[in-house]
Design a protein around this ligand. Structure first.
Ligand SMILES: C[S@@+](CC[C@H](N)C(=O)[O-])C[C@H]1O[C@@H](n2cnc3c(N)ncnc32)[C@H](O)[C@@H]1O
Length: 222
């Protein structure tokens, strides 16, 4: 039985956006000249010195909100270093509440538009990248605010093709899969099942009876 009160996404966009391929190709061919914000550079530098040249697996949890999933991932992958990134100070500051026993992760306040660019230029070995319930921007006119149709997709795809995207809006993950194909990535789509929830948004949506979707991207060589 569902007992949540989260509203389902309503939109006039009923399928993959007709401009998606055009937008993805446009950004693939252009150079991102956006300056890196000082606060994100500082957050990156702090994480980089915490990593201290670590050359094992690094897992990114982008748009991690309060970082519950970051702590869960750190527990699930004790040999890895896990980094949760969110631009909201309010959410990141709430993280203490979720802090797990493990010390193999950090949750930082930064803008992923810039953080991804810095990671792309780094020598970090990112093995997996989680993007859990990114803001969907479901209005048709908002398409370029979705990660896969934005300039940031180029950096996102350059970090690792092993990306997991979750959303309660099927079109979001279908679009992501189509955009990722332009970068040679394949993907598998499935429904999120089971009793455990990876993030607070997932818990909220599923408690309201909504279906949550999981897209796992991989490279053609996998
Ligand atoms: C719908 S919430 C999902 C949070 C969390 N992943 C969850 O499932 O509970 C989306 C999150 O994306 C973050 N976000 C949006 N744009 C961002 C950006 N440019 N850089 C970093 N975080 C961002 C927001 O602050 C918000 O916490």
């Amino acid at each position: 039985m569902s007992n949540g009160n989260s509203r389902e996404i309503t939109t006039s966009q009923l399928g993959i956006h007709d401009k998606l391929d055009e937008l993805v190709k446009k950004y693939q061919q252009s150079e991102n000249k956006r300056p890196i914000s000082a606060h994100t550079q500082q957050a990156y530098d702090e994480v980089d010195s915490w990593l201290d040249g670590f050359n094992g697996e690094i897992i990114l949890d982008s748009c991690c909100g309060v970082g519950e999933s970051t702590a869960n991932l750190a527990k699930a992958y004790p040999e890895a270093r896990v980094i949760g990134i969110d631009k909201s100070a309010l959410r990141v500051d709430k993280h203490e509440h979720y802090r797990a026993q493990s010390d193999n992760y950090r949750v930082v306040r930064a803008d992923v538009n810039d953080f991804w660019r810095l990671v792309r230029q780094s020598d970090w070995h990112v093995s997996q990248h989680f993007l859990l319930y990114p803001n969907p921007y479901p209005k048709k006119t908002q398409v370029q605010k979705r990660w896969h149709a934005s300039a940031a997709m180029v950096d996102l795809m350059a970090i690792t093709p092993h990306i997991e995207v979750r959303s309660n809006w099927l079109i979001y993950v279908l679009e992501f899969a189509q955009a990722a194909k332009h970068y040679g990535a394949l993907s598998n789509l499935s429904e999120v099942t089971g009793e455990t929830h990876m993030t607070p948004f997932e818990r909220k949506y599923r408690a309201s009876g909504q279906v949550c979707w999981k897209l796992r991207c991989l490279s053609e060589e996998d």
